[in-house]
Design a protein around this ligand. Structure first.
Ligand SMILES: *Cc1c(COP(=O)(O)O)cnc(C)c1O
Length: 361
């Protein structure tokens, strides 16, 4: 079997053990004689999977009782709309910190729903090279919430210290770095993430919401978009994407067996450090467009001297079994997405390739 070294940004690589388990169980889930996809979402077999997925999220992230965990459809982009729909009542305003294309999209969707303002932006010549300092945030102390993007998948930047928003709930799009390390969930009003980067397959968003925000949420919007509807039914109000939830369960189980998020952080820091060292070691050839203090541990972006060399780099890497290294179409360059499932051996191979490629050109 030839598995490639998959550096895709999303959907992205998943732990092989999680996929192999799915392969083994695909036609017969635990002796039930049918696939998880064929099971009723109201039956015992699926219910066990569903509950396990939820409890693994709670356990791994140490989610306190003050917060509900929801598994919702529509991905992270749909949460861009759900959040203001639920939290942004008449006469309220929300603050958005703009650090990349995804925060821009979230901000723009909020403005479609109600009042929102940019509390800071780090856009410079169309790029987002850094995360703002606390002192740059012009926060409205009466805001309904403050929204940040914890990891900027395209720009390759990441918040390494979360902002202090006082009593205003902090809402974070963690689509591309949820569970990369332990965090203090109690500091957040909402954490949300499309699953397809660090957690599993496309098809669900994991949404962690403080209970008082669910209770205080608007009731004058369609029931299906109210957090309380799904919280009241443990995310079984209607048919959930059962196969996605099942695979989420498999992935989280692998993370747990591997030592949980503390072990994951160590593994991730080691990978990122190797890669940034390879970039910094050859400043005449490889260049990081991102401020050092804002560098992402998940999406490592860099440039070569010319776009032609970058195209050649991507093509040559592919021949060696390394795929997905082309930068996002909006910014170009190279991007190595090294989420939880990316192996240390892949980074070693990439670093070796980077050294050889420079010598050859
Ligand atoms: C990928 C991504 C999204 C979009 O996720 P969808 O599930 O495709 O809507 C949003 N925010 C961030 C930070 C992302 O990386």
């Amino acid at each position: 079997m030839a598995r490639v070294m998959n550096f895709n940004a999303g959907p992205a690589a998943l732990p092989l053990a999680a996929l192999e388990r799915a392969q083994r169980e695909l036609v017969d889930l635990e002796g039930t004689g049918m696939s998880v996809i064929e099971h009723s979402h109201r039956g015992k077999a699926y219910d066990a999977v569903h509950k396990q997925a939820l409890s693994l999220v709670r356990e791994l992230l140490a989610v306190p009782d003050s917060h509900e965990i929801l598994l919702l459809q529509g991905g992270a982009s749909q949460q861009f709309a759900w959040i203001p729909m639920n939290l942004l009542g008449e006469g309220k305003s929300a603050d958005y910190v703009i650090t990349g294309s995804w925060s821009k999209k979230a901000f723009s969707e909020a403005k479609n729903v109600g009042q929102a303002r940019a509390a800071a932006t780090t856009e410079k010549d169309g790029k987002f090279p850094r995360i703002p300092a606390q002192s740059e945030l012009e926060l409205d102390s009466k805001a309904a919430y403050v929204h940040i993007t914890s990891n900027n998948t395209i720009a390759g930047t990441q918040w390494h210290e979360f902002p202090d928003t006082g009593s205003v709930p902090l809402v974070a799009d963690m689509s591309s770095d949820i569970m990369w390390k332990p965090i203090d969930v109690s500091k957040f009003g909402i954490i949300y993430a499309g699953a397809q980067k660090n957690l599993g397959p496309r098809g669900i968003a994991v949404v962690i919401v403080r209970k008082d925000l669910i209770e205080g949420g608007r009731k004058d919007i369609p029931k299906i978009f109210q957090y309380r509807t799904h919280a009241d039914k443990q995310s079984l109000y209607h048919t959930p994407p059962t196969f996605s939830v099942y695979l989420l369960r498999n992935v989280l189980d692998v993370v747990k067996q591997g030592g949980g998020l503390a072990a994951m952080e160590k593994h991730n820091r080691q990978k990122a450090e190797l890669l940034y060292k390879a970039i910094d070691g050859r400043p005449d050839f490889y260049r990081s467009p991102v401020d050092k203090a804002s560098r992402s541990m998940m999406n490592v972006v860099f440039n070569l001297p010319t776009p032609e060399l970058e195209a050649e780099f991507v093509a040559e890497a592919q021949k060696k079994g390394m795929v997905g290294l082309k930068g996002h179409r909006s910014v170009g360059g190279i991007r190595a997405s090294i989420y939880n499932a990316a192996q240390l051996s892949w980074i070693d191979a990439l670093v070796e390739f980077m050294n050889d490629f420079k010598k050859g050109s």
